[in-house]
Design a protein around this ligand. Structure first.
Ligand SMILES: Cc1ncc(COP(=O)(O)O)c(C=O)c1O
Length: 446
C-alpha cells in the first residue's frame, strides 16, 4: 500500500477509470455546483450501497462514513425500509394532497421530539429551518434571527452567513457566504459566539428585535460533547427575554439519541427542525413545536399565520420509508448504546494514536457523529479551527479513500447501526495509517 500522496493518487486513478470518465463527461453537461460537497478528494461516482458499504462505478468497495450525509442510521438498503418502499409503490407514491401515510410518522415524531406538540412536514432540512424562521417571525412579529458562529442550517438566503474571521470572537460580524445573498438580509441576522457567555448578553441586548435564537443540537462544524450546559442556559435566557428558542435537529434528531439533542442534553426548545434520518433515506424535512406557535402554520388567516406549502411535502413514499426507519429505531433502543460505544472507541483510538506519535490532529465526536481536525490543542468553537494543515487534511482523505474508507467532502462523518465492531477496527487502522503517512511526508506545517 502506498505511503505518499502521489502514490495514493496514482493507485486511485488506476482503479477508478470509470469514475474518471464520468467525471470528464459530466463537465460537458452537469454543473457540479449543487452537488459540490459530494466531491471527494478524488472523483468517485457511487453506483450502489449495501449496509455500511458503497460501491463505485468501477466496483470498488468503500466503508461509507458519509452514509447519505448522516441520514442512513440503519445503513444502506435496510430490509425494513426497503419493504416499506416496495409496499407503497404499487399503490401510488405521490398525490400532493394528504395521504394516509402521514399519521404514522407524525405520531413517531411527536413522541420522540420533546417539544413536539404539533408536527409539519416539508422536504429538506433547509426548508424546515426556513419555515422555522418564518414561523418565529409570524408568531413574534419580530424579524431578527440569532444564529451561532460556525452554524449550518441549510442553503436558503437567511442561513448563508458566516462570521468574518477578523471580527471579535465575542461579537462575530456576519458576512455573506458567497455572492447572491441580499445585503439587506444582514440586518435581520445577529451572529452570536458559540459556547461563550457573551452570547447571553447579546441576546439580552437585542431581545426586542429577536424573533428566534436558533442553534444546532450539536454543531457539526465542531461537535462538542459538552454542548448541553450551553443549550440549557440559552433556553433560560431566551425565556427570561421572551424570545423564542429553536434547536436544529436536522443532524442530531434520532442520531445523538432517539429524542435527539433535546433528550441527550435535557433541553426544551419552543420549536425544532428535522430532516435526514426522519425520511428513512428519502427527502424530508419537519418542524415540531409548541401548539400555540405551530398554529401559525394553519394558514395566513390564523393569528401570525404564515404561508407554507410544497408539492412533495408529506409525500407517501417518504412518509412510509421514514416511519419504517424511525419505527425500527424506536423498537431497538440498544442501537444507541452500541453507536455510543463505537463512536467513543473510534475517537479514543485515533486521538490516542495522534498523541502517542505527536501528530497534530484530533477527532471530535458526539456519539456517532465525528469530525477530524488537523491541528492540536483546544478546539472550543469553530473559530479555533485554523485550517492551516490543508495539505495534510486533503492527503489524509485521499489515503483513506485509496484504502477503502470514504469520508465525505464536508468532513462531517457518521457511523450507522451496521458499522459493527469489525468495521470500526478497519476504520481505526485506515485512519491511523493515513495519519502516519501524511505526517511522515511532512504535510503538517503547523
Ligand atoms: C444542522 C443542519 N440543518 C439543516 C441542514 C440542511 O438540510 P438539507 O441538506 O436537507 O437541506 C443541514 C444539512 O446538512 C444541517 O446539517
Amino acid at each position: 500500500m502506498s505511503a505518499t500522496i502521489a502514490q495514493a493518487r496514482a493507485e486511485l486513478e488506476a482503479k477508478t477509470q470509470q469514475s474518471q470518465q464520468i467525471s470528464l463527461d459530466r463537465a460537458e453537461v452537469l454543473n457540479s455546483g449543487l452537488a459540490a460537497n459530494l466531491e471527494m478528494p478524488h472523483p468517485v461516482f457511487i453506483e450502489r450501497g449495501a449496509g455500511c458499504y458503497v460501491f463505485d462505478a468501477d466496483g470498488n468497495r468503500y466503508i461509507d462514513t458519509s452514509i447519505g450525509f448522516g441520514l442512513h442510521m440503519l445503513g444502506h438498503v435496510h430490509p425494513v425500509v426497503e419493504a416499506a418502499i416496495n409496499e407503497r409503490v404499487p399503490k401510488g407514491w405521490m398525490f400532493g394532497i394528504h395521504s394516509t401515510s402521514q399519521m404514522k410518522l407524525a405520531h413517531l415524531l411527536q413522541e420522540a421530539s420533546p417539544c413536539a406538540e404539533r408536527v409539519v412536514f416539508c422536504n429538506t432540512g433547509s426548508e424546515a429551518t426556513m419555515y422555522a424562521f418564518r414561523a418565529a417571525r409570524g408568531y413574534s412579529g419580530k424579524d431578527k434571527i440569532a444564529l451561532f458562529d460556525g452554524f449550518y442550517h441549510g442553503a436558503h438566503d437567511y442561513g448563508m452567513w458566516a462570521a468574518d474571521p477578523q471580527s471579535p470572537l465575542q461579537a462575530p460580524q456576519a458576512m455573506p457566504l458567497g455572492h447572491g445573498i441580499p445585503h439587506v438580509l444582514q440586518d435581520l441576522t445577529l451572529l452570536l459566539p458559540y459556547r461563550h457567555p457573551a452570547a447571553f448578553d447579546l441576546i439580552r441586548q437585542h431581545k426586542d428585535e429577536l424573533a428566534l435564537v436558533f442553534v444546532e443540537g450539536v454543531q457539526s462544524s465542531n461537535p462538542q460533547p459538552q454542548a448541553g450546559e450551553f443549550l440549557r442556559e440559552l433556553q433560560a435566557v431566551c425565556a427570561e427575554c421572551n424570545v423564542l428558542f429553536g434547536i436544529d435537529e436536522v443532524i442530531t434528531g434520532f442520531r445523538v439519541a432517539y429524542g435527539g439533542a433535546q433528550q441527550r442534553f435535557d433541553v426544551l426548545p419552543d420549536i425544532a427542525t428535522y430532516g435526514k434520518v426522519v425520511g428513512g433515506g428519502l427527502p424530508v424535512g419537519a418542524i415540531t413545536g409548541r401548539a400555540d406557535l405551530m398554529e401559525v402554520f394553519t394558514g395566513i388567516g390564523a393569528r401570525g399565520g404564515i404561508f407554507s406549502g410544497g408539492t412533495f411535502s408529506g409525500n407517501p413514499l417518504t412518509m412510509e420509508a421514514g416511519a419504517a426507519a424511525v419505527g425500527y429505531l424506536a423498537d431497538h433502543p440498544d442501537i444507541y448504546d452500541a453507536l455510543e460505544r463505537r463512536g467513543d472507541r473510534l475517537a479514543d483510538a485515533v486521538n490516542g494514536f495522534c498523541s502517542e506519535r505527536d501528530i497534530p490532529a484530533q477527532m471530535k465526536h458526539v456519539g456517532s457523529m465525528f469530525h477530524m481536525f488537523f491541528q492540536g490543542g483546544a478546539l472550543n468553537s469553530s473559530r479555533d479551527a485554523h485550517g492551516r494543515n490543508i495539505a495534510a487534511e486533503k492527503g489524509f482523505y485521499l489515503h483513506c479513500l485509496n484504502r477503502g474508507v470514504l469520508v465525505p467532502g464536508t468532513q462531517r462523518a457518521f457511523l450507522s447501526a451496521v458499522h459493527d465492531d469489525g468495521v470500526i477496527d478497519t476504520i481505526i487502522e485506515v485512519f491511523c495509517e493515513s495519519l502516519a503517512d501524511v505526517h511522515a511526508e511532512g504535510l503538517f506545517v503547523d
